[in-house]
Design a protein around this ligand. Structure first.
Ligand SMILES: Nc1ncnc2c1ncn2[C@@H]1O[C@H](COP(=O)(O)OP(=O)(O)OP(=O)(O)O)[C@@H](O)[C@H]1O
Ligand SMILES: Nc1ccn([C@H]2C[C@H](O)[C@@H](COP(=O)(O)O)O2)c(=O)n1
Length: 679
């Protein structure tokens, strides 16, 4: 996940490959609650691991439910059989509507029947999202509920300690035209008290019906067969009781699929690919947002699929504008708004009033951000009309702590003007799809020249690696520690008995063998570790002798030539910070920023000494000073790609600087070189 203030997405050109989606948020939070309320143990597979499911899991554990994590996407839930061991708890539910609404209903009923008092709160935006219709419905039943801030909004206190009688004879009336989650909450909670038939009557036109279908399907999996009379009346039969089905597999998230369906519809296929394949959700999905497929087809996408898979190719191009009632796909419809940027004509998305009470006022947010890109946008209270830009602008997209805003606007990076897009606060995607951008970059391609590179060259122990890593972390970029490749050649040579002393390296045959070795280096970089032929050599390559051997072998042209392409392949989305000796002069001569980092030899020897001593490696400053001077001399004097500043490099002497000061300096230079839109 990109936990950084902003993520700059370079202009994207093409896409192709396979993505596996994280589990559906709607299904994950429903099955977690159902498993917790059931008799028996349930194993949940492919569960979404995100902010919203984490708050639900933590709440259930706080309520006394035993949850065992079997893997990142697999948990075992010990059902409570409809009784809570805990009678008092404070639950923080973040901004998860799928946790707040059903837990409010379930706890209100449990506190009323068995006694108890529970407080439910969230982040400030959650306290602006209405829940009054659900509160009113529960109060009709006799449940004590207090709104602790504004009436009709969280935070809430449910129950007042002692049990109270519930009035379940008359139908429970709930509004269905603000959020279908109120009805879902009642449907999930009422089986806990269904000693008699319990009926719910929906007041007003029910919105987002597909979400109610998910609720009903999952209730059935857990042993409760609700009798549905149209979309107005739902009866939970007397004697209903939750029973664990044993195991449940969570489908991939159909709303999350919308970004990759749109990607396949917008992006030309990358060489060697034939569109985008989505795994984990398919045409047989129980999720309403799967009907996004129909909307995307109407805009021109070429989509085929099976029960659990979708395949998308670019079809009609440019896309076709549509006029669509989106009441059935409120979340995925945001993706249509961004697809509309690539359509011929004006697209109208109607019946989306629920956007106003989601993570943010999504109609206002989408209108504002689409206009930044150059689109003409008209807003109504329950609709939005989008006419594509005639001139695209690069833009900083504000994301309003709304995961869907962040995800759908990433697709604007395919704009024909080749403009980059800045996504502010990209970590907001953690609500439903923590690895969204990594997944996107895994299937997208940009022109290499469009992928920004920052080069940091300089002598040994000047702090290049430290600086490169820190700058890359702040920008979400990849890192190339090129020195480690030469160190690996030295180490591999030693393992294979190829001499690397100065005299042997003058022999052309030895140089050739080392070149071949470098060209076929069995190296793997994985989670910060370096593997050579299956062996973890992360520590072995960092020794001073490995550094000296690297310096010697790096003077050989066959070795340098062999490592050229390997280094250039590190230039990957969304960007790269590369450190070494010739990053700016030879490997990435077109880099957008080049820094030549120096510090006095004494300072560098001191730093290296501290570094080694802190790792428990004995060293003498005098020896280190002599070694690094020798290394500098060799690195600067070799024929091929010697250590020297590129003509356009900015010098940075960090002798008297802290690490943070050097990082800030480089970030300031970087920012100054960004175009106007980034300021
Ligand atoms: N500005 C700085 N002030 C103080 N110490 C620093 C500074 N920059 C780096 N250091 C420290 O100096 C040591 C050497 O830094 P680093 O390993 O990043 O250097 P390097 O140039 O990458 O070395 P090499 O080329 O040998 O790989 C580290 O312990 C690091 O914490
Ligand atoms: N781009 C590079 C990087 C490194 N080398 C050589 C010269 C260095 O002395 C040696 C080890 O590098 P370090 O890990 O200390 O950065 O590798 C080079 O020639 N070109």
């Amino acid at each position: 996940m990109y936990a950084i203030p902003f993520l700059d997405i370079p202009p994207l050109r093409s896409a192709g490959g396979t993505v596996t989606l994280p589990g559906s948020k709607s299904i994950s939070n429903r099955v977690l609650l159902l498993a917790a309320l059931s008799d028996g143990e349930t194993t949940l597979h492919d569960l979404l691991d995100s902010d919203d499911t984490r708050v639900m899991l933590t709440a259930l554990q706080t309520l006394g439910c035993q949850v065992t994590r079997l893997g990142p996407q697999q948990v075992k839930v010990q059902g409570l059989g409809g009784r809570l061991p805990v009678r008092q708890a404070q639950l923080f539910l973040g901004n998860a509507g799928t946790a707040m609404r059903p837990l409010t209903a379930a706890l209100a009923l449990l506190a009323s029947t068995h006694g108890g008092v529970f407080e439910l709160s969230g982040i400030p935006r959650m306290h602006e999202r209405p829940i009054g219709d659900l509160v009113d419905a529960l109060r009709q039943l006799g449940c004590p509920i207090a709104c602790l801030g504004r009436e009709g909004y969280p935070p809430l206190r449910v129950g007042h300690g002692a049990p109270v009688p519930l009035q379940l004879q008359a139908p429970i009336r709930v509004r269905g035209d603000v959020s279908s989650q109120f009805l879902t909450a009642l449907l999930l909670a009422l089986p806990l008290v269904a000693q008699q038939d319990v009926t719910i009557e929906v007041v007003g036109e029910l919105i987002s019906k597909p979400y109610i279908e998910i609720t009903l399907a999952l209730l059935a999996r857990f042993g409760v067969a609700v009798i549905r009379d149209g979309w107005q009346r739902f009866t939970i039969p007397a004697g209903s009781r939750y029973r664990s089905p044993g195991g449940v597999h969570v489908e991939g998230d159909a709303s999350s699929a919308s970004y990759f369906i749109a990607l396949g519809a917008i992006a030309p296929a990358s060489p060697g690919h034939d569109g985008i394949t989505i795994q984990g959700v398919g045409l047989a999905s129980m999720q309403g947002d799967i009907r996004f497929v129909d909307a995307a087809r109407a805009m021109g996408a070429d989509i085929t699929g099976s029960a659990n898979q979708l395949h998308i190719r670019r079809g009609h191009w440019p896309l076709k504008a549509i006029d669509l009632d989106c009441n059935h796909i409120p979340d995925a419809a945001m993706t249509l708004a961004v697809m509309a940027l690539y359509a011929q004509g004006t697209t109208t998305l109607r019946n989306i009033a629920s956007w106003r009470v989601k993570e943010t006022d999504r109609i206002a947010a989408m209108a504002c951000e689409l206009r930044k890109l150059g689109a003409t946008v008209e807003e109504a209270h329950d609709a939005i009309r989008i006419t594509p830009p005639t001139h695209w602008h690069a833009a900083r997209i504000h994301t309003y702590d709304d995961h869907r805003v962040a995800m759908c606007f990433s697709l604007a990076a395919f704009n024909p003007a080749g403009q980059p897009v800045r996504i502010e606060d990209p970590k907001c995607v953690a609500k439903t799809f923590p690895d969204y951008f990594e997944t996107l970059f895994g299937v997208c391609q940009a022109a290499p020249a469009d992928i920004p590179v920052i080069c940091i060259d300089g002598p040994t122990a000047s702090g290049k690696g430290t600086l490169a890593t820190a700058v890359a972390e702040r920008l979400g970029y990849h890192v190339l520690d090129s020195g480690v490749l030469y160190r690996l050649v030295g180490l591999a040579a030693e393992r294979q008995g190829i001499p690397t002393d100065a005299a042997s390296l003058t022999q052309p045959a030895v140089a050739e063998r080392l070149g071949q070795l470098a060209a076929t280096l069995p190296v793997r970089f994985d989670a910060g570790r370096v593997w050579l032929d299956g062996e973890d050599v992360s520590d072995a390559v960092r020794t001073e002798s490995a550094g000296m051997a690297a310096s010697r072998v790096s003077a050989l042209p066959p070795v340098r030539q062999a490592l050229l392409d390997l280094q250039r392949r590190f230039r990957a989305l969304p960007g790269l910070v590369a450190d070494g000796r010739d990053m700016g002069t030879v490997i990435f001569p077109d880099a957008a920023l080049k820094v030549f980092l120096t510090a006095s030899a004494e300072q560098r020897a001191n730093r290296r000494h501290k570094q080694l001593i802190s790792k428990g490696i004995p060293a003498r400053i005098e020896d280190l000073l002599a070694d690094l001077k020798a290394r500098d001399a060799r690195d600067m004097s070799r024929q091929d790609a010697p250590l020297k500043p590129a003509e356009d490099a900015l010098p940075l002497d960090n002798s008297a600087q802290s690490i943070e000061e050097s990082v800030q300096q480089v970030l300031a230079w970087w920012q100054a070189r960004r175009p106007d839109w980034a300021h």
